[in-house]
Design a protein. Structure first.
Length: 256
């Protein structure tokens, strides 16, 4: 099979497969570009809860960059002290991190509030013990209703109590968010079905339109051919009026 055969398949099924492969290639290229620009993976994070509302809404798609790029990052405490401009309508960077360093759970995207030391982590204020009593970043969601206290004072069923975030647990920092687009990766199965359905629909519509244009062009060509044929036979007179040839092929004068 030649490259030309791949670009121009002879069957409709082949055309659909070609289009799906092209879409996947485009997605792969976009992924490579995002990784090159962001320096981390995933470079895009979909927000599946309202813990950062109203500043980052549910189903927003957030572009994430490696935390040391584009000016580095600060906690809320550091940003207020240095007079840094707000990020997502609040002081301190919004970071994405793996809770307790666990990699097989959904990362958390919350605002960095402050840093605490090993001693502070073990103090009565925070109450961490054993291996969990280590320094790190304290984080919190922006939603005042659902996230009234820091993550490190809450308990999550999937990974227990969140420990202070170590630097190596940080995936990156949020740069900007696009509302609603995050629904696509969060509902990947339905998104794929919708994309395939759109591709098939476009292919069918293109085929129908091309077929109608072909019939129309064939009809016009047949009509012109018929008109030329009538003209050569002498059955059409001036202004399209029919006349009958007289004796010796001369036209009658109309006079007696």
């Amino acid at each position: 099979m030649s490259f030309k055969d791949i670009l121009h398949p002879k069957t409709q099924a082949g055309e659909i497969v070609r289009d799906v492969v092209f879409v996947l290639l485009i997605v792969a290229v976009i992924g490579l570009v995002l990784f090159a620009v962001s320096g981390t993976w995933p470079a895009l994070v979909a927000v599946e809860s309202g813990s950062m509302e109203p500043n980052i809404p549910t189903y927003a798609l957030v572009f994430v960059a490696e935390e040391s790029r584009y000016g580095g990052w600060q906690t809320q405490e550091e940003a207020i002290a240095s007079g840094t401009d707000p990020v997502f309508n609040g002081y301190g960077n919004v970071i994405v991190y793996q809770p307790n360093g666990v990699t097989n759970v959904t990362p958390i995207i919350h605002r960095a509030i402050t840093r605490i030391s090993d001693e502070e982590a073990a103090s009565p204020e925070w109450g961490f013990t054993g291996d969990a009593a280590h320094g790190g970043v304290i984080t919190k969601g922006d939603n005042p209703v659902t996230n009234s206290m820091p993550d490190q004072k809450g308990y999550f069923s999937r990974y227990g109590r969140v420990e202070p975030v170590k630097d190596e647990w940080i995936v990156g920092k949020a740069l900007f968010a696009v509302p609603f687009i995050g629904w696509v990766p969060l509902n990947l199965f339905w998104s794929i079905l919708i994309a395939i359905g759109i591709i098939i629909a476009v292919e069918v519509i293109v085929k129908i339109v091309a077929k109608k244009k072909g019939k129309s062009a064939a009809g016009r060509a047949g009509k012109r051919s018929e008109e030329r044929k009538n003209g050569k036979d002498g059955t059409s007179g001036k202004n399209g009026k029919n006349v009958t040839a007289g004796k010796d092929g001369k036209k009658p004068s109309g006079k007696k």
